[in-house]
Design a protein around this ligand. Sequence first.
Ligand code: ACO
Length: 648
Amino acid sequence: MKTNSLYIASMEPDAGKLLVTMGMMEVLSRHIERLGFFRPVIDGKQETDNDINLIRGKYCPDMRYNDCYGFKADEVKTLVSEGRIKNFYKELVSKLSSLQQKFDFVLCEGLNNSGFLSSFDNDINLELAKHLGFPFVGVISGVGLDARDIHEEIKITKDTIKDAGCAHFATFVNRLSRGAHNSLELDDLHLTMTPPVFLLHEEEELGKPTLADMQKGLNSAIILGSKKDLYRPVKQFKIATMTVEHFLDYVQDGDLIIVGGDRADILLASVSTLSSPNYPNISGILLTGGFTPKKNMLRLLEGMEVPVPILSVPQGTYVATKRAEAIPVEITPDNKRKIARGLGLFETHIDIATLIKRLDISVSTSITPIMFEHSLFARAKTQRMNIILPEASDERILRAADILLSRNVVELTLLGNPTEIYLSCAALGLNLKRATIIDPSSSEHLEDYTTTLFELRKHKGLTLEAAADAMLDVSYFATMMVHKGHADGMVSGAIHTTGDTIRPALQIIKTSPGISVVSSVFLMCMDTKVLVYGDCAVNPDPNAEQLAEICISSSDTAKMFGIEPRIAMLSYSTGGSGKGKDVDKVRAATKIAQEKRPDLLIEGPIQYDAAISPDVAKTKLPDSSVAGKATVFIFPDLNTGNNTYKAV
Ligand code: ACO
């Protein structure tokens, strides 16, 4: 089905169309350069629409908010009551056709299944898809249904879409129980049914509100805690009315403890559970009745570094709980964790190849930063690796690991003391159960690693004792794991300097055959393109031979990442415009690289402006096949490279 548009809509309330929209946008964003998003009608009750904010921010940053929707619900109601429904369709068709001229693909997300839909005789989403000529993606809720019910729902959906006169692209059944999902998955409905049927199960966290939702929905004050802790899911509410010794028996993982703000005993007991490995991890505390902790109590809590937020509302416990229960659950743009969980679910269970084949889209030949970033996840998934993260003591690493595991794209190994890592994860509300944790000091491989390092470096005067010491350093340990094939790669440098991060690799792994110099590249995501900068991190002052090697390895890396290398050997001279030994070095390096790799397009010496700007290139080097369109930039030394990449 060759198409440059899709219309996604739920066939019933709470089917979870945003998850399907997000998954589809993620897939499209890897292949399509100019991607547009549109909602024909938004509720208009909130200041801005959540789905537009999420999708626009992540996949269509160049779109203006107002171009992403047609009407607010109230405006449509007025048109309907005035009998001007034709104007509604006419305006939408005109707005969308202008979007289709601007974008290579436009995805439309239908109206929410709210009471508003009863203003229409027919299913407005199907009507719109038909009027707009967009193939339809129906999203069904699998909540409470068994495999037989699902088959019936699929058939009803197919008939409904056909009867409405729409082209039917696919059906998604979302929020299935795991049991129903497992049994239906065996039928390969995406291959055996036309149009294909894709299945997703209920992911607990996606259906739960977060503390951020609570805070916003209740308009509560934050007594203690930082914004980043608000993204913990609230699995259930726990109203604390008992005495402490009884209350403690009821504490569960993910609790939002709701308690009168004058119950200092419960507040202290709740906070204490967080530092005890014998108790589950609560998500937060909501103090009611407008009572907030007294000064001395606050002083005590602040000193305890409470890792979960403490919120406060003026309402009493009963009213606050009722209001909390009514807060809608959403995937919001700032909740990276929920987004990762959703995309991880989509990518794990949806056969992307079948989806792409059915879309039959014309794939873009250039790579934008958005396409680049999103294709990295897809590539990682197809070549699943075990990556070691030595810096597990850093909160950023733990948060990133949580996202990567949620996306299900990699196996992770963290180095450090398991108890400390588990406690940090609990305090941060992260789930790293799927990661392997190794404590170098008690590793079964420690002795073998120590001997190996000693053998490799004894000619340099390294003693066995010094090798044993080095092996307790996480950078050496992680590098040795890669050397031994116990891990595929290592990502480090968050809390170690570049030198400390790469020195073990220089000593243990060394270079590939035929390469003598280790260098670095930065993949620079500019506004509309991805450029490669080398070497901005390792070699302080490479000679001409080394610079030629850096040029070759950098362009090979560019190719590996799907960037067609056109290489600029940078200098303060373009052609013969400037003189000096630094220019001579770059000229010599260019010659060596061109002789070694005649297949590569290499220009040098060339100035940055002539390399990047087609206008400058026209005057400075009009006949060059690199000038004005370079993709790989090789800097003459570390001073220039390091400062330039940081300045961009
Ligand atoms: N390629 C291949 N091998 C190398 C390289 C290289 N570029 N550099 C050093 N080696 C080898 C050496 O030959 C030596 O091998 P051997 O011991 O088996 O004989 C081994 O690595 C250790 O070399 P040393 O010179 O002892 O290591 P040293 O620690 O002094 O230097 C380092 C290596 C860390 C890369 C150094 O060149 C350096 O500090 N570079 C600058 C790093 C930096 O500060 N970058 C800027 C900030 S990064 C950023 O902003 C992201």
